[in-house]
Design a protein around this ligand. Structure first.
Ligand SMILES: *Cc1c(COP(=O)(O)O)cnc(C)c1O
Length: 372
């Protein structure tokens, strides 16, 4: 029987192993491991790829988001206690970044067709304390529309993007996620579409003052050695991870195109009344398919059936942020669409190394799933 992991990092990186090893050796031999030429080159190459002027490499995606909020607070553009609109249907790290900076999350329900923030519901969640919106491009689908921009403009709200899952996605008119709002945090966790070989992340913005502050706050609170204006963190990208990312950045568009092709093939080939397929985007490039997520009311049975057939599946995410013990104060909130998705979503294997035959095989297994 063929078997499939949800994602094999070994298979994912195998095509680049030679280049990655060469890059790692270059860093090892250089004797320079932080804040050096690899980081500089990575930031420059990423800025060119995205079409933005400021890229700041940091230690991970959560830090990228925390540093953005901390920098806005240090600059006096946000105050502790301010409210930030956030999709209720997201990974907990989006919310952790908000609460870690003593800001207050205001959870807004998703659209059932995209699983992303329902931008028509933002307006009614705004209070006199609301100062920002954290949009999440969940599963790799760009979350951006006129209503979001108009609401933010009308209420003078910052738009911050959680771009952890969507590197390479573009809006219908071709603008990259990570460059749409006032600032964005991206993760290079190994399983993300552009994955390092360890932890890494970045902040992107067109705001030079913000970028400078993020850089200082990620370097103990100052940009000059032993001179500190702020109480910062240590959150930098390693030279070795910057070198790994420089290799993999060259292939991100072709990898994302392959993911998009696989998603389209799944949507064409899977035909089972118990399984609801994700909606394809109007423009293929506006979804980079970090996850391919179906819905079913028979999730336990379906996942067990897939396991019996050698195919791994996963749940992104089984418990929404407001239902975790970490957020007791929000446990009683009622967010029925978010809670329904948490009960019904299942992620199927999706990775650039899967062949058309693999995808067809997985789809045919799914098509034979039945409820007795
Ligand atoms: C992965 C992820 C993060 C956090 O990134 P790390 O690099 O793991 O810290 C934040 N938000 C979302 C939506 C993510 O998927």
């Amino acid at each position: 029987m063929k078997t499939y992991d949800l994602l094999s990092l070994q298979q994912l990186n195998a095509p680049y192993a030679h280049e990655l090893k060469e890059a790692a050796c270059r860093v090892i031999d250089s004797g320079w491991y932080l804040r050096g030429t690899e980081t500089e080159a990575f930031e420059r190459e990423m800025a060119a790829y995205l079409g933005i002027n400021q890229v700041v490499g940091v230690a991970n995606g959560l830090d990228a988001l925390r540093l953005i909020f901390k920098a806005y607070i240090a600059l006096g553009r946000l105050q502790p206690g301010d409210e930030v609109i956030v999709p209720a249907n997201t990974f907990i790290a989006s919310v952790l970044a908000i609460t870690d900076c003593d800001l207050v999350p205001r959870f807004v329900e998703p659209s059932i067709s995209t699983h992303n923030l329902d931008t028509s519901l933002i307006e009614q969640a705004i209070t006199t304390r609301t100062r920002a919106i954290l949009v999440v491009h969940l599963y790799g689908r760009a979350c951006w529309d006129e209503q979001l921009v108009a609401t933010a403009r009308k209420h003078n709200l910052l738009i911050i993007e959680d771009n952890a899952q969507a590197l390479g996605a573009r809006t219908d008119n071709g603008v990259h996620t990570g460059t749409l709002g006032d600032a964005a945090g991206t993760s290079f966790y190994p399983g993300k579409n552009l994955g390092a070989l360890g932890d890494a992340g970045m902040v992107t913005t067109r705001d030079n003052e913000l970028a400078r502050m993020v850089r200082a706050l990620g370097n103990y609170g100052g940009n000059t050695r032993y001179i500190y204006e702020h109480q910062g963190l240590n959150s930098r990208i390693d030279e070795i991870q910057a070198a790994m990312l420089r290799v993999k950045l060259q292939y991100i568009d072709s990898e994302n195109q392959r993911r998009s092709h696989i998603a389209q093939q799944y949507n064409t080939s899977i035909d089972n009344p118990y399984i609801t397929l994700p909606q394809l985007p109007a423009q293929p490039h506006s979804h980079v398919w970090h996850q391919y997520v179906v819905c079913t009311q028979y999730r336990d049975a379906f996942m067990q059936y897939m396991r019996n057939n050698g195919i791994a599946t996963a749940i992104h995410y089984p418990i929404p942020p407001h239902k975790h013990e970490a957020y007791k104060a929000y446990n009683t909130l009622s967010l029925p669409l978010t809670e329904r998705l948490a009960n019904e979503v299942v992620s199927l294997p999706i990775a650039p190394y899967l062949t058309d035959d693999d995808v067809e095989y997985i789809a045919q297994v799914i098509n034979r799933f039945e409820i007795e």
